[in-house]
Design a protein around this ligand. Structure first.
Ligand code: TXA
Ligand code: MG
Length: 311
């Protein structure tokens, strides 16, 4: 990836306007939240979201948290049960992420949700994050702003130490007040998917006793939840057998092509969309070989999981 020069933007109206413009142009901006700095991109722009994974060097596509300015905006993207709505009313803005079913016509990139039919939503309390979300006016996908495998950043210096030259800008809001990632709740029945900046006791005061992912419930968030098509997948295929549909990569005959030019960022942006569309036709899918470098590693990881035998 060609190196770009990463700007440090000040915590004022000009800095926020520059950051919002960069997001609108499909570029990546790290910004402070009360928990940790997030690596933000337009959640409706598949190429921007693919760029987030590329900048972090993530070997796998985990679904990302979508940040919005308030509950009204959250309701455009997710469907809130009474219990989830009560939690949002009690703790937003704040260090709590709620995993809820996707709303119809949500418009989010399928890469943000990694092809799932749920979305993780959060309304951050940090004033600069609020200003940025309002100035941008749309949903912002943001994992922690560190290279994969490194610890989460709580200052703009931490962000630059890991991502300088890989993102357009960092909005410098000083140190994060909580310094620990948000608490994540989701699933049916509702469970704690990740402990974090909001204490479980505070949540249980609203919900009653919570299940813990992995113990009381069978198919909770994080590791267990990944997209699996109904159709059988055959990987590293150079052409389709009779009755198969071909998911291509690079110049070749195919039903759908992840990237005719062999661009891995474009391929990542199309991955879940194309799988969903081919799956809807109900025939097995042959998938062209994807080079195992850059974003290709994450694409191959997801394809292997999608192809794995299941009960
Ligand atoms: O405090 C935070 O939460 C920070 C700041 C930047 O907001 N963000 C953050 O994002 O920690 P990330 O991408 O590092 O963590 C997102 C977590 C992952 O563990 C992912 O598996 C889970 O949220 N997640 C996202 N969408 C999900 C879904 N639909 N179902 C289950 N888990 C989901
Ligand atoms: Mg992280």
């Amino acid at each position: 990836m060609p190196k770009i020069s990463t700007k440090r933007l000040p915590a004022d109206a000009g800095g926020v306007a520059d950051a919002a413009r960069a997001l609108r142009e499909g570029r990546l901006v790290a910004f402070p939240t009360e928990t940790v700095y997030g690596l933000g991109g337009d959640a409706c722009d598949g190429t921007a979201v693919a760029g987030i994974y590329e900048a972090k060097g993530r070997p796998s596509f985990n679904p990302l948290i979508v940040h919005v300015a308030d509950r009204e905006m959250a309701a455009r993207y997710g469907i809130f049960s009474d219990q989830m709505a009560a939690l949002a009313a009690a703790f937003w803005p704040g260090p709590l992420t709620l995993v809820v079913p996707l709303a119809p016509d949500h418009g989010l990139s399928t890469l943000v949700t990694a092809g799932l039919d749920t979305v993780a939503l959060r309304v951050p309390a940090n004033a600069l994050a609020q200003d940025l979300l309002r100035a941008f006016g749309g949903p912002v996908a943001a994992p922690s702003a560190n290279p994969s495998g490194r610890i989460s950043p709580t200052t703009a210096d931490h962000v630059l130490a890991g991502l300088d030259g890989r993102i357009a800008a960092v909005l410098d809001g000083g140190p994060c007040s909580v310094g620990l990632e948000s608490t994540i709740l989701g699933g049916v029945p509702m469970a704690l998917l990740r402990p974090g900046g909001l204490a479980t006791e505070e949540i249980e005061a609203v919900t009653g006793p919570l299940a813990t992912a992995g113990s009381d419930i069978t198919a909770p968030g994080q590791l267990a939840s990944h997209y699996a098509p109904r159709a059988a997948l055959r990987l590293n295929a150079n052409h389709a057998h009779p009755g198969e549909q071909m998911l291509g990569f690079g110049p070749m005959q195919s039903d759908l092509n992840l990237s005719v030019t062999g661009d891995l960022v474009e391929a990542a942006a199309h991955l879940f969309d194309h799988l969903h569309r081919l799956d809807a036709k109900g025939q097995p899918i042959a998938v062209a070989p994807i080079p195992n470098c850059g974003l290709g590693r994450a694409i191959n990881d997801r394809l292997r999981r999608a192809a794995a035998p299941r009960d």
